[in-house]
Ligand binder design. Sequence first.
Ligand SMILES: Cc1ncc(COP(=O)(O)O)c(C=O)c1O
Ligand SMILES: Nc1c(O)cccc1C(=O)C[C@H](N)C(=O)O
Length: 416
Amino acid sequence: MSGRADEAAALDAASPLRTHRERFVVPEGLVYLDGNSLGPLPRAVPAAMTRLLEDQWGTGLIGSWNASGSHPGWMDLPRRVGDLIAPLIGAGAGEVHVGDSTSVSLFKTMVAALRMRPDRRVLVVEPTTFPTDGYVAAGVARLTGAEVRWCDPSDPLAAVDEDVALLSLTHVDFRTGAMYDLPALTAAAHERGALVQWDLCHSTGAVPVDLTGAEADLAVGCGYKYLNGGPGAPAFTWVRPDLVPDLDQPVPGWMGHARPFALEREHVSRTDVGRLASGTPPVLGLTALEAALGVFADVSPTDLRAASLSLSDLFVRLADERLPPASSGLEVVTPREHSRRGSQVSLRHESAYGIVQALIARGVVGDFRAPDLARFGFAPLFVRHTDVLAAVDHLVAVLENGEHLDPAYEVRNTVT
Ligand SMILES: Cc1ncc(COP(=O)(O)O)c(C=O)c1O
Ligand SMILES: Nc1c(O)cccc1C(=O)C[C@H](N)C(=O)O
């Protein structure tokens, strides 16, 4: 083995998370660096789904909404799943609701935030974040008469004045992997009287945060990336507990009613974060996510973060050593400082599309984000240092052989 291979193997052997990979189905020989888009299948999920289909839906039928024997009942799933996510985001039991997509969750929290600050009419969002956050903010503005203000991503606070009801930011940027200082920005926006919401889609499950410690107001995040809940898994919403009594969300359906089965004419909201529910919980998706979250049961936030940084550090170091910009045309766009880095590394290249496709053809799955980024996610529970080394070996070979310049990739290699 080469020195680098020895080093990677030694880092894997020393990791407190070294056995966690066994909890996932990762196809043999595949280097999967796309857990930041769709996490792999946790081994516990198929059995949980079989129980759901055969014992609960198939046999228990309607009775499965309620607890019976070892089955805790479907009704309480949004809260039970929320309790499994809570330790990963510094939240307490009963503080996290799970059930909508992230986009719908953003809609509910943005409207609710405007209603909590009736004297302020501006929503501040960041223009380079994943577009859904901006789309939803614009939709909320159209509906409520509020105004969307785009902030400078490098200085979001500059946009926060006495008119701002909510500063809504994505903690880790989906393109670059750059991370905001969540506690500092929260405190500074609070000084200006604004509420602060964090989109944790690219954090939760790889980059722990302490929402309670930071005294943040609202947070959302998806279930299918680092939480491995499967395609279309439901998203979560956290609301600081003292704000919950004032949380007036815009889709007050029967499942957020204090007594859904009393079938009363007037809507009376639940007193807990479950008031965010609208309709019937997505039981299939929640069941898969509940089983998937079992992989985090014995994982400390410190170990998770340390493992993630160790992987991305190695990737950046190998890229620096073996793919210098002058000869490779690659630029590491992810911040090098740990305090500013999430759990992915993005490389800029004019043929990034071709690079990603050529890597996939070699069994290394990252993804392309237009116009010119190759993105590699380091999900710390199943990615190994040896995978990082293999990915860089393949990247070097792709560039040496010109595989990324295959005419099949030409259209999308062209930066527009
Ligand atoms: C930062 C961010 N927010 C929201 C979303 C979209 O979430 P959803 O598809 O659950 O609405 C994504 C990616 O899918 C994202 O990266
Ligand atoms: N969320 C996604 C999906 O449902 C299908 C395909 C891709 C994705 C994504 O990864 C989008 C995304 N949030 C991103 O980080 O680019």
